[in-house]
Design a protein around this ligand. Structure first.
Ligand code: ADP
Length: 485
């Protein structure tokens, strides 16, 4: 793998605790999902190392918290600059471990770095307040202070940006952090730690626990049980989110959860169809459909269904499936065989219940984890695909007739993360944006995430928001101070 990198030292296979690279007796393997080749053998850390990481973060906290915000911002800015300088290597590592095409991986590095830039700037703008007092002889104020030692548990679909989106506000606020990256994609996290160390982030401020699936569960328990850890931020499945929430109950930790989604994508009769197709392409097929904000259900008005489907199918025919390292490839593999099997199950169930395959519908040639970009029409609400997150490159098309009907269908989900719709009617735009029970709504836009906007969901899609000025509040406690004169 080193041969692919300009800076060979960005390839690391050990955990990172208190500024040192840490091995364990056991290791686990990381494979390239495009080729199935072994690309790394990584330290499999456990509870002992989790305790060490928590205590390193605890010891580093007082000095980091008491630095001037401006000083923390300067170090974070240096880290941001190093990431940008190394974009190509970071993107290559990501494509090798995760599969997404190089151009998308480079985009994720830039997106991930933007959180460091943004929160380095926000660090200087944390403001408390002075309150008007109802009592003579007293003065009242509110201070904002770093919450303390934080934990982040992150997924494989965005191996880089889901980490920076949590680290950046934590560090800006003055917190220290222990990160448990996904076992399928630890290399991006480790390269990030190497650059953090070069940027001058002090020892113990950032710690990375690499662990396989089984040890991740054990390490997760230790991190949740620790009274030293005051905040847990998790991005991943709703199922695991519930477990972590339960495990954090005894120590009453503050929680930020970014969980599953099941995004509706509505094309109204008055939509600009070409714009809707282009939005559908970026929302559905980015990362092979493996994002929690990917459109998962397409509701298309019956009068524009035929034209939308025809144009969508034409756009899809330009997708090139293959190994993401090849420059013309625009869709990589799914992360693992289990992911492919879920997609196959959803498509088979839909076809069995009467859906029609417009295009795609089977595993693809380049290797064992690939699936063709697929459109299913005539999808109905009794099919699995209309209820569960598919996490793959399949677009099910469901026709509708009235606004009331489609809003009801769109909201009929336990999830409430992202939603999208296309319409040029200003009255409808307002009404539908207000009626959708989702944390985020893309109107005439299939791309919505950036560092400035509050990312997050309602219902069982999670708690809290990441990015934006609100993202910082997650990592700050309010302290009310009442002073008798
Ligand atoms: P996905 O559906 O994206 O694969 P998961 O929710 O299974 O997501 O995993 C996301 C992250 O949560 C990974 O880092 C994984 O190791 C971790 N994880 C999974 N199960 C547990 C658990 N029981 N306790 C702690 N971490 C877990």
């Amino acid at each position: 793998i080193r041969s692919f990198l300009k800076d060979k030292n960005l390839f690391k296979e050990q955990g990172f605790i208190n500024g040192k690279w840490v091995s364990a007796q056991s290791t686990f393997q990381v494979n390239n999902p495009a080729t199935d080749e072994l690309i790394a053998t990584v330290s499999n850390l456990g509870n002992q190392e989790a305790e060490l990481a928590i205590s390193a973060a605890e010891q580093a906290l007082p000095a980091w918290r008491s630095k001037l915000a401006k000083e923390r911002a300067q170090i974070m800015r240096k880290w941001f600059d190093l990431i940008i300088e190394n974009t190509q290597d970071l993107a290559t590592l990501m494509t090798l471990e995760q599969g997404k095409p190089l151009a998308e991986a480079g985009g994720e590095v830039i997106y991930g770095a933007s959180f460091l830039e943004w929160f380095a700037e926000e660090a200087k703008r944390v403001e408390g307040s002075v309150l008007e007092t109802p009592w003579g002889g007293k003065r009242m104020m509110v201070l904002k202070q770093a919450i303390g030692v934080c934990v982040a548990i992150t997924p494989w679909n965005f191996p880089f940006s889901m980490i920076t989106r949590k680290i950046a506000p934590a560090l800006a606020a003055g917190c220290t952090i222990v990160i448990k990256p996904a076992e399928l994609t630890p290399l991006s996290a480790l390269a990030l730690a190497e650059l953090a160390s070069r940027a001058g982030i002090p020892d113990g401020v950032i710690n990375i626990l690499t662990a396989d699936a089984q040890q991740s569960i054990a390490v997760g328990k230790t991190l949740c049980a620790s009274p030293t850890v005051r905040h847990l931020s998790f991005t991943g499945s709703t199922e695991v989110g519930r477990i972590l929430m339960e495990q954090c109950a005894p120590t009453v930790k503050k929680l930020a959860l970014e969980l599953g989604g099941h995004a509706p994508f509505i094309v109204f009769e008055d939509a600009d169809i070409d714009a809707a197709v282009s939005g559908a392409m970026s929302s559905k097929f980015r990362n092979s459909g493996q994002t929690c904000i990917c459109a998962n259900r397409f509701y298309v008005h019956k009068n524009v269904q035929d034209i939308f489907v025809a144009k969508f199918a034409k756009a899809i025919s330009s997708i090139k499936v293959g190994n993401g390292l090849e420059s013309d490839v625009t869709q990589g593999p799914l992360i693992e065989t289990a992911a492919l099997e879920k997609v196959e199950k959803h498509v088979a169930d839909a076809v069995k219940k009467g859906a029609k395959l417009v295009t795609g519908g089977k595993a693809s040639i380049p290797g064992k984890n690939f699936y063709e970009p697929t459109i299913l029409s005539g999808v109905t609400s009794d099919m699995l695909i209309t209820h569960e997150e598919t996490f793959g490159p399949v677009a099910p098309i469901i026709p509708f007739e009235s606004d009331e009907e489609v809003i009801k269908l769109a909201n009929n989900s336990q999830f409430g993360l992202a939603s999208y719709f296309y319409s040029r009617d200003i009255g409808r735009v307002w009404k539908v944006a207000e009626a959708l029970e989702y944390g985020m709504v893309g109107v005439n836009s299939g791309l919505i995430s950036n560092e400035v906007a509050p990312f997050g969901g309602i219902k069982q899609s999670g708690l809290g928001r990441e990015g934006s000025s609100h993202g910082m509040d997650e990592y700050l406690e309010m302290k009310y101070v009442c002073i008798g004169l």
